[in-house]
Design a protein around this ligand. Structure first.
Ligand code: NDP
Ligand SMILES: O=C1O[C@H](COP(=O)(O)O)[C@@H](O)[C@H](O)[C@H]1O
Length: 489
């Protein structure tokens, strides 16, 4: 089937020679071109500080495309067509005088997308520069995370952007919302009455959300050490996942209906105060260890690291949502760097049947689980109880999966990278997969309280060996409730 291209636009990428642009954004744009989704008239403008020959910068972008697009998907014809859409313009985003040249390049193009792949501190001057040359009125802006490092600073950034761009032209990225399986959460929950009728405290005992990363800091120590895992991962990605699991059914699929429901969840999150921290939150920092048989350095030994730092690279916490649907159902969240494997998964644990009739020693087996594997090997599995086969087995129970593995079931379909989906949605003008200002702010409000508690407590993060599943106290966090983290850990 041939794809229908989206309406033409001029896509201006601020920070075009940075890590995100070269590793993720250009490859995603290339994939959209390869899929036939870019109009012939769509133009790409690469904007960065580096002066010098345009051809040298275009060659750098081409080289990164060859490196980051899988070989089987690299089509020389498409690559040349893609490069033909691309111009490079050197500018200093802090220099108001540099925006006139940008306006010249954009010309009379009606639809401008301005993607800010730069530090958030630059969003204000970029917005002002665009406004000064009359480009703000016809642009959509895309903002990368993190937007601020707490509620006050995120408000400052959002307010500065809002002076020039209304909310319906502001697209805040959380790339987890572009992941195929994350979107499937909405289909799974609201296109199957089977689940939705069970989706509450009457039937669910607890929920786990794990986002484990195998990588460490990846040369981003300077940024990461000021942020830490709570700001880098929980404030955005994990809270977004929690919202999609916990929200009420929206009235329709419009961006605001979905976002209204997510905000209600964020508002209902029970604050975790200093007094509750020791029981409900674990912070960790990795020390040297082994991953897949290879020794890896500790956080403080990474490139450009300081000798001393109390920044956490791991967080596990027990959250509660104070509403009718979720009263008494803990949400255990866990995320860390340098863990044994890359694994993002959500496990919904259903309660045991109210009356138990099988052998007592098999009781611990009981309880259905819905396991949503976001990455890698995207799949959805429902663990159900059945009887062991065989004449000699009696009514011996076993737990087995009803499994939907996306790559086996839908063999022909390639799973697109999150950024491909998100860029396409910006081009279509669809805000469903983007985060509204109030979502960001309620998430910060909750995280700020936690961070303030940590400050008051003054405890250093607990060490864990790279290649392990985090500090032992993260296991205690869940075993205290008579449960354990799901998986073969
Ligand atoms: N990299 C990643 O994986 C992720 C990044 N992000 C976010 O994306 C954004 C970009 O990150 P990343 O690509 O890693 O950052 P980089 O520092 O690698 O890239 C930023 C780019 O902006 C350019 N730049 C900075 N200041 C100016 C200026 N005054 N004028 C013109 N160009 C300028 C830099 O040029 P120069 O080299 O000359 O300074 C560089 O090309 C950040 O907000 C980050 O938090 C979010 C999620 C993941
Ligand atoms: O936003 C971020 O996400 C990545 C993890 O993303 P994934 O798609 O690979 O799961 C994380 O490594 C990075 O620190 C963070 O800024």
């Amino acid at each position: 089937m041939t794809a229908t291209p989206v309406e033409p636009c001029t896509f201006a990428l601020f920070g075009a020679l940075g890590d995100l642009a070269l590793r993720k954004l250009f490859p995603a744009l290339y994939q959209l071109d390869r899929a036939g989704l870019l109009c012939p008239d769509t133009r790409l403008l690469a904007l960065a500080r580096d002066a010098g020959e345009e051809s040298r910068h275009l060659a750098t972008i081409a080289e990164h495309l060859r490196r980051h697009v899988p070989g089987a998907e690299l089509d020389e014809g498409v690559l040349q067509r893609f490069l033909g859409r691309l111009d490079y313009l050197s500018m200093d985003f802090l220099q108001p005088g540099d925006y006139a040249a940008l306006a010249d390049r954009v010309g009379a193009a009606e639809r401008l997308i301005a993607y800010f792949a730069t530090a958030a501190a630059l969003y204000e001057p970029i917005c002002a520069g665009l406004a000064e040359v009359g480009l703000a009125g016809r642009a959509r802006v895309v903002l990368e995370k993190p937007i601020g490092h707490d509620l006050a600073s995120s408000r400052k950034v959002n307010d500065a952007v809002a002076r020039h761009f209304p909310e319906d032209r502001t697209y805040r990225i959380d790339h987890y919302l572009g992941k195929e399986t994350v979107q499937n959460l909405i289909a799974l929950r609201f296109a199957n009455s089977l689940f939705e009728t069970q989706w509450n405290q009457n039937h669910i005992s607890h929920v786990e959300i794990t986002v484990a990363e195998q990588v460490g800091i990846e040369g981003r120590w300077g940024y990461f050490d000021k942020a830490g895992q709570l700001r880098d991962m929980i404030q955005n990605h994990l809270l977004q996942l929690l919202c999609l699991i916990a929200m009420d059914p929206p009235g329709d699929l419009s961006a605001d209906s979905i976002r209204d429901e997510k905000v209600k969840v964020l508002k209902a999150l029970a604050p975790i105060d200093a007094a509750q921290l020791s029981q409900q939150v674990v912070r960790g920092q990795y020390v040297a260890g082994n991953i897949l048989g290879k020794s890896v350095p500790g956080y403080l030994e990474e490139d450009n690291a300081n000798a001393q730092s109390d920044t956490e690279t791991f967080v596990a916490l027990r959250a509660e949502i104070r509403n009718w649907r979720w009263a008494g159902v803990p949400f255990y969240l866990r995320t860390g760097k340098r863990m044994p494997q890359k694994l993002s998964q959500i496990v919904i644990h259903f309660k045991a049947p109210p009356h138990y009739i099988f052998a007592e020693e098999q009781r611990p087996l009981i309880g259905n689980k819905l396991i949503i594997r976001l990455q890698p090997n995207e799949s959805i599995a429902l663990q159900v109880m059945t009887k062991e086969q065989g004449l000699d087995k009696g009514m011996q129970l076993r737990s087995g999966p009803l499994q939907l593995n996306f790559s086996d079931t839908y063999r022909s379909a390639r799973i697109p990278d999150a950024y491909e989906r998100l860029l396409l949605e910006v081009m279509k003008g669809n805000q469903n997969l983007f985060v509204r200002k109030d979502e960001i702010e309620y998430a910060w409000r909750w995280c700020d309280r936690l961070i303030a508690g940590w400050r008051l407590q003054g405890e250093a993060p607990k060490p864990y060996a790279a290649g392990s599943w985090g500090p032992l106290s993260s296991i205690a966090l869940i075993t205290r409730d008579g449960r354990s983290w799901y998986g073969d850990f």
